[in-house]
Ligand binder design. Structure first.
Ligand code: SF4
Length: 611
């Protein structure tokens, strides 16, 4: 076997034990690794409707072929589990060095199962695995956890994943941080780690996985790194922080919790202003030619002073655009609170923006908010509400079950306002601008996810795609291709920004995959592998009762803007697009995969999972 170790480290926290298991090449050929491998393990090893925070749920950290050499964007890794927020399949990916070090340590995946009776941390150094008491880290914020754990290790090159206090308390949007600057943000994987009393994992490796054509892989990786470093030079100055202003112009930026049409202040939260105010520099994951993350240093105003990871586009979109807040220091402070508590900034921004709309419509008042007037755009309110949401205190406690639970608690009218799919809040891309986003969010296997498909115009010529979908007739096929390739990227563990910015092509991915493994795959094989991973994720959801009724378009997305760049546009008719999407995927009219779909994907062994 080349490119993979064929080794999975299984750690049982109930027994405080571990073992290394062999996984044959056929499995990697079928599932590739990363998210799809995690989905396979979740489907096979957890019971239907498993309580995400129970001992029976599992967490899989997994990588693919991309970590077998210094390929551009190979710091990536995926965590796969059942989500405490959506109760669906969840995969979340992040950068840092963890993915690359996992491979160097001699594993393709780590499976965490059971529950420790008390807080623990895990240290992995090649074959050596230690499960140790972490009571001194328990209660520490995410950044302190990272720094203290790192300081206690005998080698500063360890990569570390960790949770903050939110993960410990079972917060539905708790994240898993990595190396002090990257985050597996969406869907609450941090709460699953916390439910197992697992505070952090440190990993370091020194091995090189055998490659089929080692010289070819290494020289190609080097060439691509050099070329992509040049191609990313301009974007490196801004990362994603130029996007609020650019996106407002085309109607992609969410405004006033998805009912605003124009704003005019997005430049105040974008570069060049962002760079001037927050004194930024780029941060890089392992083997990254781009460096999209921002490190910021803000000294004034003193109450908002912060040094560390800065807000990126999604955070700026939800905390800025959706809350109509141009107070960039306040957003930076709120972002820091989220980073330290360890919660998702996208859902946090969506939640307080929703509260502002409820306040404006008099569905809540100061009695609900402990005296806070939730006025749009007020930076002090933004910080106050972020703290309450992070701690699930006061009005923040309304969100213990996510946005759907909060809306139910407030009023039936509030239920009409929320913008989510499967309880995952929309990210900062409006489907009335990029119409393919509506169907993609609706059918996303972890809910409304912009990382399940790029709906903004990026496309893959090798698949015969000629450009972005501009009519609803074109949307279903476009979304199927996009979701398949996103699933592939999450399984090979390639950073998707490297596909979009320096434009790593499918042809280049294929070339490295074949040289690393000796598989002789085609472009069609690549897409088929991506489609297979996506199908397994859907099977997990279908087994738990997900169907067409859950593949929704929120009410606000059916209302066209009266003015501004998205005037008159809606991603409709949604039902017709959904019919065609199911048809292309060979799912029935209720969104259930057919036997034919499973057989075509060589997944006959999963026929019994069909309802
Ligand atoms: S582009 Fe960004 S997320 Fe991707 S590997 Fe580089 S720094 Fe990490």
């Amino acid at each position: 076997m080349y490119g993979y170790w064929g080794k999975v480290l299984r750690i049982n926290l109930s027994k405080q034990s571990y073992q290394v298991e062999d996984v044959p090449e056929e499995v990697w050929k079928k599932f590739v690794g990363g998210s799809a491998f995690g989905a396979k393990m979740l489907l096979e090893e957890t019971p239907p409707k498993v309580d995400p925070l129970s001992e029976e749920n599992k967490i899989v950290f997994a990588i693919g072929i991309w970590q077998s050499a210094k390929n551009p964007g190979s710091g990536k890794w995926s965590v796969v589990t059942k989500s405490p927020l959506t109760k669906t399949f969840l995969d979340s990916s992040a950068g840092g060095n963890f993915g690359y070090d996992l491979k160097k340590a001699g594993y393709d995946a780590i499976i965490i199962e059971g529950k420790s009776p008390s807080p623990v941390k895990i240290t992995i150094n090649n074959k050596q695995v230690k499960i140790e008491d972490a009571s001194s880290l328990w209660g520490k914020d995410a950044m302190e956890t990272h720094n203290n754990f790192k300081a206690s290790l005998d080698d500063k090159r360890y990569s570390i994943v960790y949770i903050g206090p939110a993960g410990e308390m079972g917060h539905p949007i708790a994240c898993i941080g990595c190396d002090g600057h990257s985050v597996a943000g969406r869907g609450g994987a941090g709460a699953v780690m916390g439910s197992k009393n697992l505070k952090a994992i440190a990993i370091l490796g020194s091995k090189e996985v055998p490659l089929y054509e080692p010289e070819k892989v290494k020289s190609r990786a080097l060439e691509l790194m050099r070329e992509f470093t040049k191609r990313s030079a301009e974007k490196r100055k801004t990362g994603t922080t130029s996007a609020p202003a650019t996106f407002e112009k085309v109607g992609n930026l969410p405004l006033k919790y998805w009912v605003g049409e124009t704003w005019g202040l997005s430049e105040k939260i974008s570069t060049p202003y962002y760079n001037e105010i927050l004194h930024t520099k780029p941060t890089f994951c392992a083997n990254c030619p781009y460096g999209c993350h921002r490190h910021i240093k803000l000294e004034e105003p003193v109450e908002y002073a912060v040094e560390g990871p800065g807000p990126e586009y999604e955070t700026l979109g939800l905390m800025g655009g959706a809350f109509l807040c141009a107070d960039l220091p306040a957003i930076a402070k709120a972002n820091d609170i989220c980073n330290r508590m360890g919660i998702d900034t996208i859902s946090t921004g969506a939640w307080f923006s929703f509260l502002a709309e409820c306040y404006e419509k008099k569905l809540i008042n100061e009695k609900n908010t402990e005296g806070i007037a939730v006025n749009w755009g007020d930076g002090r309110v933004l910080v106050q509400l972020t703290e309450k949401i992070a701690k699930l205190e006061g009005i923040g406690a309304y969100f213990k079950e996510g946005i759907v639970g909060a809306a139910k608690r407030i009023s039936p009218m509030a239920e009409d306002l929320i913008v989510h799919v499967k309880n995952l809040d929309y990210p900062a891309h409006d489907p009335r601008c990029h119409i393919a986003a509506g169907l993609n969010y609706a059918t996303g296997t972890r809910g409304a996810c912009h990382e399940r498909a790029d709906a903004q115009g990026f496309f893959y010529p090798e698949l015969g795609m000629k450009g972005p979908a501009t009519t609803m007739e074109e949307v279903p096929e476009y979304v199927v291709h996009q979701q398949n390739i996103s699933s592939l990227a999450n399984s090979l563990s390639v950073c998707k920004f490297i596909l979009r910015v320096p434009k790593l092509s499918l042809t280049e991915i294929l070339e490295i995959l074949n040289a690393a493994t000796g598989w002789n795959w085609t472009i069609q094989d690549l897409e088929k592998a991506g489609a297979r991973g996506f199908l397994v994720e859907r099977l997990i959801n279908v087994r738990d009762g997900i169907s067409r009724k859950d593949d929704i378009l929120p009410k606000k997305m059916t209302v066209p803007a009266q003015s501004g760049p998205r005037k008159g546009r809606v991603p409709m008719p949604h039902d017709k697009a959904l019919d065609e999407y199911y048809n292309l995927r060979k799912w029935n009219e209720n969104g259930i995969p057919t036997q034919e779909a499973l057989k075509e994907a060589n997944l006959e062994e999963y026929l019994d999972f069909l309802p």
